[in-house]
Design a protein around this ligand. Structure first.
Ligand code: G3P
Length: 217
């Protein structure tokens, strides 16, 4: 399973990238706002830093304008994935840009039917939002499982990019179901390393080691 990091914060991306944990990056208008950076500048920096796909989202609402924005974003670097919303205009944009050989990430997906449409429109990635479904008492993981089944039934090669990941359990469940990619904030990716028994075990080893009076270096 590939790990994308869901942020436009360069330092956080660089830290995880140095560990080989970053297979790509996803951004959205809210994350650009949070970064305080210019979208074109920060996206270029991210593309230079990371080898994998970097999702940059259009903000127009009509297909013609989305296509123009998508082409401008795509010109930033070869590893751009143009991110479009799951609307009819977004699907039209997906069809046109994917037909030009451009990677497209269709975002704001909340149903299996929406995911089916995105695959038929040639999406490279479909982004179902787990956390936002959980927020309204709908099981986000069930959506990931449904999309996995449907894509496998028909051999769609659109990659399932599990998004709106808020917890380490969302990551585990996505991996168990067979999502192709997860995108998560840096804090969630770092939290994957944590376990209370690891901390407890390390404390005990340190205490015993101190009693030996030895040093390795
Ligand atoms: O990748 C989409 C993600 O940024 C949305 O996450 O937590 O705002 O629902 P969240």
């Amino acid at each position: 399973m590939k790990f994308f990091v869901d942020t436009a914060e360069i330092d956080a991306i660089a830290e995880l990238n140095d560990l080989g944990m970053v297979d790509g990056v996803t951004t959205n208008p809210s994350l650009i706002l949070k970064s305080g950076r210019d979208i074109l500048e920060v996206t270029k920096e991210i593309c230079d830093l990371v080898d994998g796909p970097v999702s940059a989202e259009v903000v127009a609402l009509t297909a013609d304008e989305m296509i123009a924005e998508g082409r401008k974003l795509a010109a930033i670097a070869d590893n751009i994935a143009v991110k479009v919303p799951l609307t009819w205009d977004g699907l039209k944009t997906c069809k046109v840009l994917s037909g030009e050989g451009q990677m497209v990430n269709v975002t704001l997906c909340f149903s299996a039917n929406q995911a089916l449409l995105a695959a038929k429109a040639g999406a490279t990635f479909i982004s179902p939002f787990i956390g936002r479904l959980d927020d309204i008492n709908i099981d986000g993981m069930e959506l990931i499982a449904d999309i996995r089944t449907i894509y496998d039934n028909y051999g769609f090669d659109t990659q399932i990019l599990a998004a709106s990941i808020r917890t380490v359990n969302h990551v585990t469940e996505s991996a168990r179901i067979g999502a192709d990619v997860i995108t998560a904030p840096p804090g969630v990716i770092k939290a994957l390393a944590s376990h209370p028994l690891t901390d407890k075990g390390l404390d005990a080893f340190m205490a015993d080691w101190a009693k030996t009076g030895q040093k390795i270096i």
